[in-house]
Design a protein around this ligand. Structure first.
Ligand SMILES: [Zn+2]
Length: 316
Protein backbone atom coordinates (compact mmCIF):
# COMPACT_ATOMS: atom_id res chain seq x y z
CA UNK A 1 0.00 0.00 0.00
CA UNK A 2 1.48 3.30 -1.06
CA UNK A 3 1.53 6.16 1.47
CA UNK A 4 -0.80 8.26 -0.66
CA UNK A 5 -3.46 5.53 -0.22
CA UNK A 6 -4.34 5.75 -3.89
CA UNK A 7 -1.90 3.13 -5.14
CA UNK A 8 -1.09 -0.45 -4.24
CA UNK A 9 2.22 -2.17 -4.85
CA UNK A 10 1.77 -5.81 -5.74
CA UNK A 11 4.46 -8.39 -6.40
CA UNK A 12 5.22 -8.79 -10.12
CA UNK A 13 2.54 -6.27 -11.14
CA UNK A 14 4.17 -3.28 -9.48
CA UNK A 15 2.50 -0.04 -8.59
CA UNK A 16 -1.18 0.22 -9.55
CA UNK A 17 -3.40 3.23 -9.21
CA UNK A 18 -6.67 2.62 -7.39
CA UNK A 19 -9.97 4.09 -8.48
CA UNK A 20 -11.19 4.21 -4.90
CA UNK A 21 -9.15 5.40 -1.97
CA UNK A 22 -7.94 2.63 0.35
CA UNK A 23 -7.87 4.94 3.34
CA UNK A 24 -10.12 2.84 5.56
CA UNK A 25 -7.90 -0.18 5.18
CA UNK A 26 -4.72 1.89 5.45
CA UNK A 27 -5.90 3.40 8.73
CA UNK A 28 -6.49 -0.02 10.22
CA UNK A 29 -3.13 -1.30 9.04
CA UNK A 30 -1.40 1.73 10.58
CA UNK A 31 -3.31 1.33 13.82
CA UNK A 32 -2.26 -2.30 13.95
CA UNK A 33 -5.79 -3.71 13.98
CA UNK A 34 -5.50 -5.21 10.48
CA UNK A 35 -2.94 -7.38 8.78
CA UNK A 36 -3.03 -7.99 5.03
CA UNK A 37 -2.66 -11.69 4.27
CA UNK A 38 -2.99 -11.77 0.49
CA UNK A 39 -4.31 -9.91 -2.51
CA UNK A 40 -6.33 -11.22 -5.44
CA UNK A 41 -6.67 -9.45 -8.74
CA UNK A 42 -9.55 -10.21 -11.06
CA UNK A 43 -11.37 -8.72 -14.01
CA UNK A 44 -15.12 -8.49 -13.93
CA UNK A 45 -17.59 -6.57 -16.04
CA UNK A 46 -14.83 -4.70 -17.86
CA UNK A 47 -13.08 -3.55 -14.69
CA UNK A 48 -10.11 -4.70 -12.68
CA UNK A 49 -10.55 -5.41 -9.00
CA UNK A 50 -8.06 -6.07 -6.27
CA UNK A 51 -9.35 -7.85 -3.17
CA UNK A 52 -7.34 -8.10 0.04
CA UNK A 53 -7.68 -10.90 2.51
CA UNK A 54 -7.27 -9.18 5.85
CA UNK A 55 -7.06 -10.32 9.42
CA UNK A 56 -8.90 -7.80 11.55
CA UNK A 57 -9.34 -7.33 15.29
CA UNK A 58 -12.96 -6.40 15.82
CA UNK A 59 -14.51 -5.11 18.96
CA UNK A 60 -17.43 -7.12 20.25
CA UNK A 61 -20.71 -5.51 19.38
CA UNK A 62 -24.29 -5.99 20.44
CA UNK A 63 -27.34 -5.20 18.32
CA UNK A 64 -29.19 -2.05 19.39
CA UNK A 65 -32.27 -4.13 20.20
CA UNK A 66 -31.03 -7.61 21.15
CA UNK A 67 -34.55 -8.90 21.81
CA UNK A 68 -36.12 -7.81 18.57
CA UNK A 69 -36.92 -10.14 15.68
CA UNK A 70 -37.28 -9.17 12.04
CA UNK A 71 -38.42 -11.29 9.10
CA UNK A 72 -37.06 -10.34 5.67
CA UNK A 73 -38.75 -11.18 2.38
CA UNK A 74 -36.60 -10.34 -0.63
CA UNK A 75 -38.33 -9.15 -3.75
CA UNK A 76 -37.82 -7.71 -7.17
CA UNK A 77 -40.22 -4.78 -7.23
CA UNK A 78 -38.85 -3.80 -3.82
CA UNK A 79 -35.46 -4.74 -2.48
CA UNK A 80 -37.09 -6.28 0.58
CA UNK A 81 -40.17 -6.20 2.74
CA UNK A 82 -39.65 -6.38 6.51
CA UNK A 83 -42.03 -7.87 9.04
CA UNK A 84 -42.09 -4.47 10.73
CA UNK A 85 -44.14 -3.29 7.76
CA UNK A 86 -41.25 -1.38 6.24
CA UNK A 87 -40.86 -1.67 2.52
CA UNK A 88 -37.23 -1.19 1.47
CA UNK A 89 -37.14 0.25 -2.05
CA UNK A 90 -34.72 -0.79 -4.74
CA UNK A 91 -31.59 1.34 -5.18
CA UNK A 92 -32.04 4.41 -7.35
CA UNK A 93 -31.29 3.96 -11.05
CA UNK A 94 -31.68 0.18 -10.83
CA UNK A 95 -34.82 0.29 -12.91
CA UNK A 96 -33.15 2.30 -15.64
CA UNK A 97 -30.08 0.06 -15.59
CA UNK A 98 -32.33 -2.95 -16.08
CA UNK A 99 -34.00 -1.30 -19.06
CA UNK A 100 -30.57 -0.67 -20.60
CA UNK A 101 -29.76 -4.31 -19.98
CA UNK A 102 -32.73 -5.48 -21.98
CA UNK A 103 -31.95 -3.09 -24.81
CA UNK A 104 -28.33 -4.24 -25.01
CA UNK A 105 -29.46 -7.86 -24.96
CA UNK A 106 -31.63 -7.22 -27.99
CA UNK A 107 -28.74 -5.44 -29.68
CA UNK A 108 -26.46 -8.38 -29.10
CA UNK A 109 -28.91 -10.79 -30.67
CA UNK A 110 -28.88 -8.73 -33.87
CA UNK A 111 -25.13 -9.06 -34.37
CA UNK A 112 -23.32 -12.00 -35.97
CA UNK A 113 -22.29 -14.17 -33.06
CA UNK A 114 -20.40 -17.45 -32.99
CA UNK A 115 -22.18 -20.41 -34.54
CA UNK A 116 -21.23 -23.87 -33.45
CA UNK A 117 -22.75 -25.60 -36.46
CA UNK A 118 -21.15 -23.53 -39.16
CA UNK A 119 -18.05 -22.74 -37.11
CA UNK A 120 -18.52 -19.05 -37.82
CA UNK A 121 -16.37 -16.79 -35.69
CA UNK A 122 -18.05 -13.89 -33.95
CA UNK A 123 -17.85 -10.46 -35.54
CA UNK A 124 -16.13 -7.47 -33.98
CA UNK A 125 -19.53 -5.89 -33.49
CA UNK A 126 -20.60 -8.95 -31.57
CA UNK A 127 -17.58 -8.68 -29.27
CA UNK A 128 -18.29 -5.02 -28.62
CA UNK A 129 -21.97 -5.69 -27.95
CA UNK A 130 -20.97 -8.52 -25.64
CA UNK A 131 -18.66 -6.23 -23.65
CA UNK A 132 -21.37 -3.56 -23.37
CA UNK A 133 -23.83 -6.14 -22.07
CA UNK A 134 -21.30 -7.47 -19.55
CA UNK A 135 -20.70 -3.95 -18.21
CA UNK A 136 -24.43 -3.34 -17.90
CA UNK A 137 -24.87 -6.63 -16.07
CA UNK A 138 -22.09 -5.69 -13.68
CA UNK A 139 -23.71 -2.32 -13.06
CA UNK A 140 -27.07 -3.87 -12.19
CA UNK A 141 -25.34 -6.33 -9.88
CA UNK A 142 -23.35 -3.53 -8.23
CA UNK A 143 -26.39 -1.35 -7.67
CA UNK A 144 -28.27 -4.21 -6.10
CA UNK A 145 -25.35 -5.33 -3.98
CA UNK A 146 -24.87 -1.80 -2.72
CA UNK A 147 -28.52 -1.60 -1.71
CA UNK A 148 -28.26 -4.98 -0.02
CA UNK A 149 -25.16 -3.91 1.91
CA UNK A 150 -26.93 -0.86 3.28
CA UNK A 151 -29.93 -2.99 4.26
CA UNK A 152 -27.99 -5.84 5.87
CA UNK A 153 -25.73 -3.49 7.83
CA UNK A 154 -28.75 -1.71 9.23
CA UNK A 155 -30.58 -4.96 10.06
CA UNK A 156 -27.58 -6.57 11.74
CA UNK A 157 -26.89 -3.46 13.85
CA UNK A 158 -30.48 -3.09 14.91
CA UNK A 159 -32.03 -6.51 15.51
CA UNK A 160 -31.00 -9.45 17.65
CA UNK A 161 -32.62 -12.04 15.39
CA UNK A 162 -33.09 -11.96 11.63
CA UNK A 163 -35.13 -14.59 9.78
CA UNK A 164 -34.81 -15.24 6.05
CA UNK A 165 -35.91 -17.98 3.71
CA UNK A 166 -33.64 -20.78 2.60
CA UNK A 167 -34.40 -20.37 -1.07
CA UNK A 168 -36.15 -17.82 -3.13
CA UNK A 169 -39.33 -19.85 -3.40
CA UNK A 170 -41.84 -17.30 -2.25
CA UNK A 171 -42.69 -16.66 -5.88
CA UNK A 172 -42.79 -12.91 -5.58
CA UNK A 173 -41.91 -12.39 -9.20
CA UNK A 174 -43.18 -13.50 -12.54
CA UNK A 175 -41.05 -16.14 -14.15
CA UNK A 176 -39.30 -13.90 -16.61
CA UNK A 177 -35.78 -15.08 -16.74
CA UNK A 178 -33.97 -11.81 -16.30
CA UNK A 179 -36.00 -10.80 -13.25
CA UNK A 180 -35.60 -14.27 -11.85
CA UNK A 181 -31.86 -14.26 -12.32
CA UNK A 182 -31.40 -10.88 -10.66
CA UNK A 183 -33.63 -11.74 -7.72
CA UNK A 184 -31.92 -15.08 -7.13
CA UNK A 185 -28.51 -13.45 -7.16
CA UNK A 186 -29.70 -10.79 -4.74
CA UNK A 187 -31.16 -13.42 -2.51
CA UNK A 188 -27.96 -15.42 -2.19
CA UNK A 189 -26.06 -12.20 -1.59
CA UNK A 190 -28.45 -11.12 1.17
CA UNK A 191 -27.92 -14.36 3.03
CA UNK A 192 -24.17 -14.23 2.60
CA UNK A 193 -23.98 -10.69 3.95
CA UNK A 194 -26.34 -11.37 6.84
CA UNK A 195 -24.37 -14.45 7.83
CA UNK A 196 -21.17 -12.56 8.50
CA UNK A 197 -22.73 -9.30 9.63
CA UNK A 198 -24.85 -10.98 12.33
CA UNK A 199 -21.60 -12.64 13.42
CA UNK A 200 -19.86 -9.27 13.68
CA UNK A 201 -22.71 -7.65 15.55
CA UNK A 202 -23.48 -10.48 17.93
CA UNK A 203 -26.89 -11.17 16.45
CA UNK A 204 -28.43 -14.38 15.16
CA UNK A 205 -29.58 -15.39 11.69
CA UNK A 206 -32.29 -18.00 11.26
CA UNK A 207 -32.76 -19.59 7.87
CA UNK A 208 -36.25 -20.98 7.44
CA UNK A 209 -36.68 -24.47 6.11
CA UNK A 210 -36.98 -24.40 2.35
CA UNK A 211 -40.40 -26.08 2.43
CA UNK A 212 -41.84 -23.62 4.86
CA UNK A 213 -44.83 -22.04 3.06
CA UNK A 214 -44.13 -18.46 4.11
CA UNK A 215 -46.23 -17.00 1.30
CA UNK A 216 -49.14 -19.40 1.58
CA UNK A 217 -49.57 -19.25 5.36
CA UNK A 218 -51.85 -16.70 6.95
CA UNK A 219 -49.82 -14.63 9.41
CA UNK A 220 -52.99 -13.94 11.36
CA UNK A 221 -54.48 -17.37 12.02
CA UNK A 222 -51.96 -19.84 10.57
CA UNK A 223 -54.17 -21.32 7.88
CA UNK A 224 -52.13 -22.60 4.94
CA UNK A 225 -53.57 -22.06 1.49
CA UNK A 226 -53.34 -24.92 -0.98
CA UNK A 227 -52.67 -22.54 -3.81
CA UNK A 228 -51.54 -18.98 -4.20
CA UNK A 229 -51.12 -17.65 -7.71
CA UNK A 230 -47.98 -15.69 -8.50
CA UNK A 231 -50.04 -12.75 -9.67
CA UNK A 232 -51.83 -12.41 -6.34
CA UNK A 233 -50.09 -9.48 -4.71
CA UNK A 234 -52.45 -9.38 -1.75
CA UNK A 235 -52.97 -12.19 0.70
CA UNK A 236 -56.62 -12.68 1.54
CA UNK A 237 -57.44 -15.24 4.20
CA UNK A 238 -60.71 -17.07 3.75
CA UNK A 239 -60.66 -18.27 7.36
CA UNK A 240 -60.05 -15.14 9.41
CA UNK A 241 -60.58 -12.46 6.78
CA UNK A 242 -57.04 -11.05 6.94
CA UNK A 243 -56.12 -8.88 3.97
CA UNK A 244 -52.42 -8.05 3.75
CA UNK A 245 -49.70 -7.35 1.21
CA UNK A 246 -48.34 -10.69 0.02
CA UNK A 247 -44.69 -9.95 0.84
CA UNK A 248 -45.48 -8.43 4.21
CA UNK A 249 -47.49 -11.54 5.09
CA UNK A 250 -44.48 -13.70 4.17
CA UNK A 251 -42.10 -11.52 6.18
CA UNK A 252 -44.35 -11.75 9.24
CA UNK A 253 -44.48 -15.53 8.96
CA UNK A 254 -40.70 -15.62 8.86
CA UNK A 255 -40.45 -13.44 11.95
CA UNK A 256 -42.89 -15.73 13.75
CA UNK A 257 -40.52 -18.63 13.05
CA UNK A 258 -37.95 -17.21 15.45
CA UNK A 259 -40.16 -17.98 18.45
CA UNK A 260 -40.83 -21.51 17.24
CA UNK A 261 -37.16 -22.11 16.58
CA UNK A 262 -36.41 -21.27 20.19
CA UNK A 263 -39.24 -23.51 21.41
CA UNK A 264 -38.05 -26.43 19.34
CA UNK A 265 -34.58 -26.03 20.72
CA UNK A 266 -35.37 -25.63 24.39
CA UNK A 267 -33.75 -28.22 26.58
CA UNK A 268 -31.89 -29.91 23.78
CA UNK A 269 -29.46 -27.39 22.54
CA UNK A 270 -28.06 -24.27 24.07
CA UNK A 271 -27.96 -21.16 22.01
CA UNK A 272 -24.62 -20.40 20.51
CA UNK A 273 -24.03 -16.80 21.45
CA UNK A 274 -22.71 -15.66 18.12
CA UNK A 275 -24.22 -18.48 16.15
CA UNK A 276 -24.87 -17.16 12.71
CA UNK A 277 -26.58 -19.01 9.93
CA UNK A 278 -28.25 -21.54 12.09
CA UNK A 279 -30.71 -23.68 10.21
CA UNK A 280 -34.10 -23.97 11.80
CA UNK A 281 -34.43 -27.50 13.17
CA UNK A 282 -38.11 -27.31 12.46
CA UNK A 283 -39.65 -29.74 10.07
CA UNK A 284 -38.13 -33.11 10.74
CA UNK A 285 -37.80 -34.16 7.13
CA UNK A 286 -34.67 -35.03 5.30
CA UNK A 287 -33.77 -32.32 2.85
CA UNK A 288 -34.07 -33.81 -0.58
CA UNK A 289 -31.61 -32.40 -3.06
CA UNK A 290 -33.52 -30.50 -5.63
CA UNK A 291 -32.28 -27.85 -7.94
CA UNK A 292 -33.83 -24.47 -7.31
CA UNK A 293 -36.36 -23.81 -9.98
CA UNK A 294 -37.52 -27.36 -10.52
CA UNK A 295 -40.33 -26.76 -8.10
CA UNK A 296 -42.34 -23.91 -9.56
CA UNK A 297 -43.15 -21.34 -6.95
CA UNK A 298 -46.69 -21.23 -5.82
CA UNK A 299 -47.13 -24.93 -6.30
CA UNK A 300 -46.78 -27.47 -3.57
CA UNK A 301 -44.15 -30.07 -4.27
CA UNK A 302 -43.51 -32.02 -1.09
CA UNK A 303 -40.14 -33.73 -0.83
CA UNK A 304 -40.14 -37.47 -1.04
CA UNK A 305 -40.73 -39.27 2.20
CA UNK A 306 -42.35 -36.28 3.83
CA UNK A 307 -44.62 -37.39 6.62
CA UNK A 308 -46.87 -35.68 9.06
CA UNK A 309 -44.34 -34.12 11.42
CA UNK A 310 -44.53 -30.69 9.93
CA UNK A 311 -44.21 -28.59 13.02
CA UNK A 312 -44.67 -25.31 11.22
CA UNK A 313 -48.22 -25.98 10.25
CA UNK A 314 -50.08 -24.64 13.19
CA UNK A 315 -53.39 -26.17 14.16
CA UNK A 316 -56.29 -24.47 12.50
ZN1 LIG B 1 -56.17 -16.19 8.51
Amino acid sequence: MAPDRKHVVLPRLGRLRLHESARKLARRVEAGTARIMSATVRRDGGRWHVAFTVQIDRTDRRPAQPGSVVGVDVGITHLAVLSTGECVPNPRHLHRAQRVLRRLGRGLSRTAGPDRRTGARPSKRWHRAQARLARAHARVANLRRDGLHKLTTRLAREHGTIVVEDLNVSGMLANRRLARHIADAGFAELRRQLTYKTGWNGGRLIVADRWYPSSKTCSGCGTVKAKLALAERTYTCATCGLVLDRDLNAARNLAALAGEAVDARSGRESLNGRGADRKTPLAGQVAVKRQPGTAPAGQTVPPQGRTTNHMLTRAH
